[in-house]
Design a protein around this ligand. Sequence first.
Ligand SMILES: NC(=O)c1ccc[n+]([C@@H]2O[C@H](COP(=O)([O-])OP(=O)(O)OC[C@H]3O[C@@H](n4cnc5c(N)ncnc54)[C@H](O)[C@@H]3O)[C@@H](O)[C@H]2O)c1
Length: 337
Amino acid sequence: MTRLPTELVDRLRPSLHGKSCCVTGGAGFIGGHLVDALVSLGARVTVIDDLSNSDAGNLAGLMDLEPDRVRFVHASILERSALEDAVEGCDLVFHLAALGSVPRSVEDPGRTWVVNATGTLRVLEAAQRAGVRRLVYSASSSAYGDNPALPKRESMAPEPMSPYAAAKLAGESLCRSWSACYGLETVCLRYFNIFGPRQAADSAYAAVVPAFVRALLAGQAPVIFGDGEQTRDFTHVSNAVAANLLAATVKRSLRGEVVNIGGGERTSVNTLAGLLSVLCERPGIVPDHRPERVGEVRDSVADISAAAELLGYRPVTGLQEGLSQTVRWYRQEIPAS
Ligand SMILES: NC(=O)c1ccc[n+]([C@@H]2O[C@H](COP(=O)([O-])OP(=O)(O)OC[C@H]3O[C@@H](n4cnc5c(N)ncnc54)[C@H](O)[C@@H]3O)[C@@H](O)[C@H]2O)c1
């Protein structure tokens, strides 16, 4: 599903072929694409996921194709013995399991903290006990909060504005401290608004790209919270996958470094709605503006030079190409569109 450039695949394959990996949250949106890529690169993958925000459809297909190389542990990362089972014998852990969505965290901060912060602590403990070499943590650009400086640089002081951002930031601190105290290699990838095929479109907590596409394909107005002039760095999922694979294979030793993973391009929500209405062939639909939501930041765009320097990261799919590919996928998946 995620297409990576051939020269990148050729570079990554020798380091990942035959490696044992655990992907927490591997049934989810980004995790599912990462699992596909790892399997196609020859790795053995164990997924642990409680399916609280996903289903096992993608994994079931992979397990049919590669029964010896894909294993699924249906459990929460908060269940110690299941987690130990999932990471046993692994060289690498990709930690993606989390409760996403800023609004959900505002409604239920305690649950967000337990899964996203305590859950990360548990994954680090299990990884260290199992002798894992490196853990790649899915962090979030929400850590920057409303600091007005742009682009966002890792040297900026974090200013989390929501329980989600606070818990994801705590995960970064835990990763760095596990590297310092226990020698487990860790690296934190601060994603900026990832979108792409298979991202959940049908929940109240849907991210903006799938929510807009779903509305537009149904001939409805996309809902914009606020004036729509807030900006984001919308980043195709192939870029997050490439970043994870580079972070797992880079030769230098890693000690909790934090790097931005984005496309490096700043787009307003109004512009996004315009681009998607053209791609969905609904150019006349006027967005429905509603009041701004609590905890949302105004502007965000990544400086990706640290990821380039540390990991050799550069975006593999641009915004326009990524949006076209994503709309094509939803057209096939959403009936009667
Ligand atoms: N999508 C984005 O734009 C974005 C941006 C920044 C950071 N992130 C981070 O990337 C990671 C993946 O996000 P995603 O967009 O793929 O979300 P997702 O919800 O599709 O994937 C998360 C997966 O974790 C699973 N999960 C939740 N709680 C669990 C638990 N207690 N035990 C085991 N599994 C559990 C869910 O069932 C789901 O399959 C998350 O850590 C998220 O915080 C995502």
